[in-house]
Design a protein around this ligand. Structure first.
Ligand code: SF4
Length: 319
């Protein structure tokens, strides 16, 4: 059994608004193994991106990490200083953020942006060494070396995304978090970017957390899949099991609502809407939409537990 490289325990994040606390991530716990690809899917506003940002301590006010531990290679990063955390980011755990194509600096050439990331982490290289490093990084993400001298506006969407991946892996992190890395790209380029991510993961022997709203797309890439609902992680299972034997009623309904080539017919969505995160229903947050809801579900919150080997779910129905 491979060792855990990342362990998240009881992570809680709230956004404090004039209308009250928005519980964006509520008691999230999971672990990530060496070389593993773990995905998180759920409707927008389910807390996936908040969780990803919280792991890197990148939550900005009015958001606040209220509780939780994030263990990365034996260190609880929730307890280190801001300066230590700055060194941990990129060097040990790196993020390819949502809309990362716009995260490139428009007035800096690609090579300067990579050099900046390296310098910021104390990497001292001669001009020649830096050139080599930039060329190697660009090649590893499938970009031509000439891209080093280009500005972001000279790159296509897919090239910008690869440049972002090159920056993210510049210090060979052991964990890469990719938050909707292909959301603004067309289907063909999406596939190429995911192949690039798979290749760099293999090269670095890193683990990947992939966050996305498209469950089908995320599932194609990962080994295990977590399903989020209303800020809670309601199920985590190996991908094969989640599609053949989903445990949580929300997961079952999400899968039933996925378009299928075999079964033509009317689209089956999930009735109702997700709850407001600042006004969650008592008990199980899914009970107003759940066809199996009982009185117990309306009053008692189900806790996540290991229902079968390697599969966790939070539902009173489960044995
Ligand atoms: Fe449905 Fe109850 Fe399970 Fe929640 S706890 S998913 S309401 S059966």
């Amino acid at each position: 059994m491979k060792a855990d490289v990342l362990r998240v325990k009881d992570l809680v994040v709230h956004y404090h608004t004039s209308l009250g606390a928005v519980k964006a991530a509520d008691n999230i716990s999971f672990s990530l193994k060496a070389d593993e690809r773990l995905g998180f899917a759920g409707e927008s506003g389910s807390g996936k991106s908040t969780m990803a940002l919280a792991i890197l301590r990148m939550i900005k006010p009015p958001g606040r990490i209220e509780a939780g531990e994030v263990w990365l290679e034996g260190i609880n990063v929730m307890t280190v200083s801001e300066e230590e955390m700055r060194q941990v980011r990129l060097a040990r755990i790196a993020m390819i953020p949502q809309g990362s194509m716009n995260s490139l600096n428009p007035v800096m050439r690609v090579k300067e942006q990579i050099a900046d990331a390296l310098r910021d982490h104390g990497v001292q290289l001669s001009r020649h060494q830096l050139q080599e490093r930039v060329r190697d990084l660009l090649t590893s993400v499938g970009l031509r070396p000439e891209v080093a001298d280009m500005f972001p506006h000279e790159l296509s969407g897919g090239m910008k995304q690869r440049a972002c991946i090159a920056i993210a892996i510049s210090l060979r992190p052991k964990v890469i978090i990719a938050d909707e890395p292909t959301s603004a790209l067309d289907v063909v380029v999406q596939k190429q970017v995911m192949q690039t991510l798979a290749r760099v993961q293999k090269d670095l022997e890193a683990s990947v957390i992939l966050v996305g709203h498209d469950m089908g797309l995320v599932a194609q890439f990962v080994d295990r899949l977590g399903v989020m609902y209303a800020g809670k992680l309601v199920e985590v299972s190996p991908v094969r099991d989640i599609f053949t034997k989903p445990l949580h009623p929300y997961t079952q309904m999400l899968i039933a609502s996925l378009p299928s080539l075999e079964q033509k017919g009317t689209f089956r969505g999930i009735p109702g809407l997700p709850p407001l995160l600042r006004d969650l229903p008592p008990g199980c947050a899914f009970h107003p939409r759940c066809p199996h809801a009982s009185d117990r579900c309306r009053t008692e919150e189900p806790l996540s537990r290991e229902v079968r080997p390697n599969s966790w779910a939070a539902c009173h129905l489960l044995p």
